[in-house]
Write a protein that binds this ligand. Structure first.
Ligand code: PLP
Length: 464
């Protein structure tokens, strides 16, 4: 199985190259050269299987011969060790034809754990025996950094640097990043906002001195391995609800469109499903698909912080696929978007996109109303991201078949919003138990590339 770039000007690479490299050299994103297919009996047989077995099934098809089966099996088994629920991703019914897929039982109580744990295990194994080391850099507004730290802490062949805006992540998110005490992890707390962190990472990724003697990459969802690791839960839920003969509709809380694109991938592999991307008031994706113009705007701060994205990175993968893999068009559109800040999408492309995907934007007021409604109707506290998706799900007709809302984070990660709406804070999940003890390790720095570089060099030389 080889991987090609959405911009069509980079050589095809193996799964491990896509895993360790992240972005393609032509600036595009990697996708499999051909989509692996699941058979109808294979999909039906997935119902009720152990989650790790489905991970092995799916990943084996994407890894091809690049890594031994035992490496994939070890990665899948790691989920069973690190998650606090025997089903890994349990499906819970709320109403006739309405379910939530709980993706928050991992070590940092957000869905990013599912793929990050797999990616860390596969990447460390891919490097073992090559003599190479990998430096991963990532900017975070909270959830990605926490999931990455928990996944990569203690990896043998990988160093991880996470940059978060000082005092702008929640205390839980900060402790998830800073209390692991691993020598291969550096937390930089930047005096600035998330955009400052992202600018620093971009600059550091281009820093030649860091590349001497090692690979340098990033862990955000431009990495194909992250998305591949999210396909198994679509297969698990779709088959449990009667797929492929009874297709479910999935409502996905969406920021960078990584999670939703994994659903798109599952469908392309043969799992029949409907896809609804639920965004907050940062509605670039809704404007692009419903209005036809993809335009850069400043992100607004909302309660569903992990979805405060106005240039969803995986939109490029969607355009490539929906255009019949037209790399020339994809390159023109996304280079144009970077250059001009806006592009108009061709009508033929829009027609395909609208037939395959609905995008719904939910505002802050409706999000809060939904947090209240979920408590009253089901006795359930839901995180603001999940509430956005639940509010979007209300607009669907339950008569038309099963609807699955992806619950992407545990509500206790966002106690302020919940207590503001409901008047109490949600009970903490078992994963929080390890956070109260343990000294915090973080280095505050100004938003300055030289200062960041000095700290990273200290990490790499092993004297921090
Ligand atoms: C990252 C995140 C999202 C958005 O996922 P994308 O793959 O970026 O669309 C939604 N909810 C939570 C809780 C997240 O952490």
């Amino acid at each position: 199985m080889n991987y090609i770039s959405t911009r069509g000007e980079a050589p095809a690479v193996s799964f491990t190259e896509a895993l360790l490299g992240g972005i393609a050299p032509d600036g595009g994103l990697y996708l499999p050269e051909t989509w692996p297919r699941l058979t109808a009996p294979g999909i039906a047989a997935a119902a009720g299987q152990p989650y790790a077995a489905l991970v092995r099934e799916v990943l084996a098809r994407f890894v091809g011969g690049a890594l031994p089966a035992a490496v994939i099996a070890r990665a899948a088994a790691r989920l069973e060790e690190t998650f606090h629920h025997a089903a890994i991703a349990p499906l819970v019914q709320l109403e006739p034809n309405l379910w939530v897929l709980e993706l928050f039982h991992g070590p940092t109580s957000a869905f990013k754990d599912l793929a990050m744990q797999l990616m860390a295990s596969l990447a460390d194994a891919a490097l073992a025996g090559t003599g190479e080391r990998l430096l991963l850099l990532t900017a975070t507004s909270g959830d990605t950094g926490a999931a990455a730290v928990r996944a990569f802490a203690g990896a043998d062949n990988i160093d991880l640097v996470v940059l978060h805006p000082l005092d702008r992540v929640s205390p839980v998110q900060r402790r998830q990043m800073t209390t692991v005490g691993a020598d291969n992890v550096l937390n930089l707390a930047v005096r600035g906002d998330f955009d400052d962190c992202q600018t620093l990472v971009k600059g550091l990724l281009a820093e030649p001195s860091l590349r001497e003697g090692r690979r340098v990459s990033s862990v955000n969802s431009i990495n194909w391995a992250r998305l591949a690791g999210q396909i198994p839960y679509y297969l698990a839920a779709a088959s449990a609800l009667g797929g492929p003969s009874r297709p479910a509709r999935f409502v996905v809380p969406t920021g960078n469109f990584g999670d939703a694109f994994a659903g798109w991938a599952a469908r392309t592999m043969g799992v029949p499903l409907g896809l609804i991307a639920a965004v907050n008031r940062n509605d670039a994706l809704a404007r692009a698909i419903n209005g036809g113009r993809y335009e850069r705007m400043n992100a607004h701060a909302t309660a569903s912080v992990s979805m405060d994205v106005q240039a969803p990175s995986n939109f490029e993968r969607l355009v490539f696929e929906a255009s019949g893999r037209d790399a020339g068009l994809t390159r023109r559109l996304f280079e144009g978007f970077v250059r001009d800040g806006a592009v108009d999408l061709p009508p033929e492309l829009l027609e395909v996109l609208r037939a395959q995907l609905a995008v719904v934007s939910i505002d802050e007021q409706a999000t809060r109303v939904e947090i209240g409604a979920a408590w009253r109707r089901y006795g359930r506290t839901v995180c603001p991201h999940t509430a956005v998706a639940l509010a979007a799900a209300r607009r669907l007709d339950p008569q038309e078949g099963p609807v699955v809302v992806l619950a992407t984070a545990h509500p206790a990660k966002f106690p302020d919003v919940i207590s503001d709406v409901l008047g109490f804070t949600p009970a903490e999940p078992p994963a929080f138990a390890s956070l109260t003890c343990g000294a915090e390790r973080l280095v505050p720095i100004p938003a300055d590339q030289r200062m960041a570089l000095t700290e990273i060099e200290r990490l790499l030389s092993g004297d921090c």
